[in-house]
Design a protein around this ligand. Structure first.
Ligand code: FAD
Ligand code: SF4
Length: 321
């Protein structure tokens, strides 16, 4: 591991004044892992755990979650359990209880891809080493993305919570040296294009301070399909929220994970679901639209039918609740 300086931020202003090249330390469950592997090599590690960013509050606009709140804090918070079951379901589908106790909401949104080549400094990887090439294109790409890919990078965004928050139109509050700004989560993540090393909209020194989830009523479900039933990342996941009026789907929100380079909203599926009777069956045509624009690599073609089926199952599970 490369030598680094360690500092503790007492205030948000301290944190955002960290020198360029510094990285924030929250739960450390991604950062420390990747530093040990030599993938992330910050000059300064800035501990943000003393910042007053752990509050979870509910008001008439929705739920606001401090970026330092732990995944388990949010998953068990009475307001989240009562009013945001989609968020809770996605959180509990991720990692393990021990990791959820350590891992923060801000760190969760900032977690890195699980592409094996990214995590191996001996392999070519444009995301870790811009211009270095992409070993996954002709390599072991069974778990890689079919949506949002580019010739530079085909890695998936691995998170669960971000998929639910994308469906719920959440925003992130970001503090920087020039003040604060709010950004829809949908605009936070960047598809790789020709610059896969630029993963999100954060500028130098910027810190996520909170996530806001607006109220949205309806039937919801988060479905996650993976190689084993727990402690595993998604091969495909779907977050669905359906508003039903007089037996008809009046509005639909659908986002998917495990199949795309960023949490991926599916407006074509949402439009196709809207107006359908809210009774079991009859959703295959709408779910089929999930794979529009998908492109398979040598070993991940199975993800295209899996994506459709995961969306279908999430729609049916949501309506059954
Ligand atoms: P840290 O490791 O402290 O930080 C991670 C990154 O975020 C760093 O770059 C750090 O600088 C940055 N950062 C942290 N806080 C902020 C902030 N407030 N503003 C800006 N940048 C910030 N996740 C899932 O979603 N689903 C899973 O199934 C899943 N399984 C896992 C299994 C294992 C074995 C492990 C190790 C992790 C798994 N995870 C999973 C990922 C886990 O959820 C993340 O590691 C965790 O949420 C990161 O949070 P943290 O507080 O530990 O972040
Ligand atoms: Fe790196 Fe992306 Fe290629 Fe994986 S898919 S090796 S993260 S460039």
């Amino acid at each position: 591991m490369r030598e680094f300086a360690f500092a503790r931020a007492a205030t948000v202003d301290d944190a955002v004044a960290a020198p360029d090249g510094a990285m924030f330390l929250a739960g450390g469950t991604t950062l420390v892992d990747l530093m040990k592997l030599g993938v992330l090599r910050p000059r300064v590690v800035m501990d943000i755990n003393a910042l007053p960013l752990r509050e979870i509050t509910l008001d008439e606009a929705g739920l606001t979650v401090g970026a330092g709140a732990r995944m388990s804090d949010l998953a068990t918070h009475p307001d989240a359990v009562r009013a945001f079951p989609l968020v809770v379901q996605a959180l509990l589908a991720g990692a393990s209880q021990q990791i959820r106790n350590m891992a923060s909401i801000g760190g969760n949104l900032m977690q890195r891809t699980r592409c094996g080549y990214y995590r191996d400094p001996g392999s070519a990887c444009n995301r870790r080493d811009p211009g270095g090439g992409c070993a996954a294109l002709d390599g072991a790409n069974r778990t890689h993305a079919v949506l949002g890919t580019s010739p530079s990078c085909v890695a998936t965004h691995p998170g669960d919570l971000a998929v639910a928050l994308t469906a719920l139109d959440a925003t992130v509050r970001i503090a920087g040296r020039g003040g604060e700004r709010d950004l829809p989560l949908a605009a936070f993540y960047r598809v790789p294009g020709g610059t896969p090393h630029i993963e999100n909209a954060l500028g130098p020194g910027e810190l996520i301070t909170a996530v806001h989830v607006p109220f949205a009523d309806g039937h919801s479900a988060y479905v996650k399909v993976r190689d084993r039933a727990s402690y595993e990342f998604a091969l495909a996941s779907a977050a669905v929220l359906l508003r039903v009026r007089e037996g008809v789907i009046a509005a639909a929100r659908v986002a998917v994970g495990g199949v795309a380079t960023v949490p991926w909203r599916l407006p074509a599926v949402e439009a196709a679901l809207t107006g359908l009777p809210a009774t079991p069956g009859g959703f295959d045509g709408a779910a089929a639209r999930a794979a529009e624009g998908a492109r398979a690599l040598a070993h991940n073609g199975y993800k295209i039918p899996l994506l459709r089926n995961t969306v279908l199952r999430a729609v049916e599970e949501a309506l059954a609740r």
